[in-house]
Write a protein that binds this ligand. Structure first.
Ligand SMILES: NC(=O)c1ccc[n+]([C@@H]2O[C@H](COP(=O)([O-])OP(=O)(O)OC[C@H]3O[C@@H](n4cnc5c(N)ncnc54)[C@H](O)[C@@H]3O)[C@@H](O)[C@H]2O)c1
Length: 319
């Protein structure tokens, strides 16, 4: 019999990112059931044992097991973290050929189970693989979400919070575009409390434009810095994925910067890219269209062009 009112999440790929996500999900008590799937079955089984040993300390019971694609049939959410990660010196876009083939197999297997929920993609290059998941699955575009710039936005808010000495939750600012080298900060809508950052800069000489430019560079290049130091990044994205999971499973209508399909918003079409969007139980309810200034619009368009260039090599309909 199908589960009653149980939230089931399936994680595919239990490497650094997938297992950190599972750990964070368990600690926040958001889901009732968690199934871990990996081509390396022993890794997934080991993670299940390890997580179960912490269950007694979790805020809420969660049934965790090592499973296979058939378990996706009753999943509300399938989170894909499988595939190659960046090695030092590699860009996210360098991973596309390896990971797109892996995704064809994974998404076909999930759909064969009869899955009818929401996909959340974390694997890089995330915008390209979210598009691929949408195409391979045949699901409506709003039920396929990429983690997009959720992590970049979180890094941005954290660094701005340090600079302006306020809590990150009081910083309202977005990174949009490709989760990668062409992403951009939306300075025209960055606010501390409700005060625009541009206004603070104009009124207070303690704050400088060059510092803000450096903050953005540190956001954009954060992954390279972390990979250089410890080989991979996973805690930040794991927390971001859990945040999106909560917005979905709790039907929150939360505004988060995710990779969403554009169908005319920002004057762009037929691409998944990082933008603020309203997330609820059905996936992406709507894309929030910020009024960008001219420079931001141009930078955003450049980011779209870079993604579309790669998409067009794999999908004929993208021009
Ligand atoms: N979106 C983001 O902000 C963000 C942040 C960090 C990492 N990432 C990306 O997440 C992905 C995973 O990174 P990681 O550090 O966890 O890598 P990892 O190598 O530690 O884990 C990848 C896992 O995928 C599994 N896998 C490979 N092929 C599979 C298949 N066909 N079916 C099932 N499982 C399969 C591997 O066995 C491994 O356990 C990478 O692409 C990385 O770039 C994204």
């Amino acid at each position: 019999m199908k589960k009653q009112c149980m939230n089931r999440v399936a994680v595919i790929g239990t490497g650094f990112v997938g297992s950190s996500y599972a750990f964070a999900l368990m600690n926040q008590g958001i889901a009732d059931e968690l199934v871990l799937i990996d081509v390396n079955k022993e890794k997934a089984k080991g993670d299940v044992m390890d997580l179960n040993h912490g269950k007694v300390f979790a805020p809420k019971p969660m049934n965790i097991w090592h499973g296979d694609y058939q378990d996706c049939q009753d999943a509300d959410l399938v989170v894909i973290c499988a595939g190659a990660n960046q090695k030092p010196g590699e860009t996210r876009l360098d991973l596309v050929d390896k990971n797109i083939n892996i995704f064809k197999t994974i998404v076909d297997s999930v759909m064969k189970s009869g899955f009818d929920g929401v996909f959340l993609v974390a694997t890089n290059p995330v915008d390209i693989l979210t598009y691929a998941t949408w195409k391979f699955s045949g699901l409506p575009k709003e039920r396929v979400i990429g983690s997009g710039t959720i992590l970049d936005t979180a890094r941005f808010r954290f660094l701005l919070s340090e600079y302006f000495q306020v809590a990150p939750t009081n910083v309202h600012a977005y990174i949009i575009g490709e989760h990668g080298d062409t992403e951009l900060p939306v300075w025209s809508h960055a606010e501390i409390g409700s005060i625009p950052v541009e206004q603070i800069l104009a009124q207070n000489n303690n704050y400088k434009k060059e510092d803000l430019e450096n903050i953005f560079i540190n956001v954009r290049d954060a992954a390279y810095q972390i990979i250089e130091k410890k080989g991979a990044t996973y805690y930040g994205i794991a927390m971001g994925l859990v945040r999106i999971t909560r917005a979905i499973l709790h039907n929150e209508n939360a505004i988060l910067t995710v990779s969403a399909y554009l169908d005319g918003q920002y004057n762009e079409k037929n691409v998944y890219i990082g933008v603020p969007a309203v997330i609820n139980r059905n996936g992406i309810r709507e894309v929030m269209e910020l009024k960008l200034n001219e420079t931001e619009q141009q930078q955003f368009h450049h980011s779209v062009t870079v993604l579309k260039d790669i998409l067009s090599r794999h999908f004929d309909e993208v021009k």
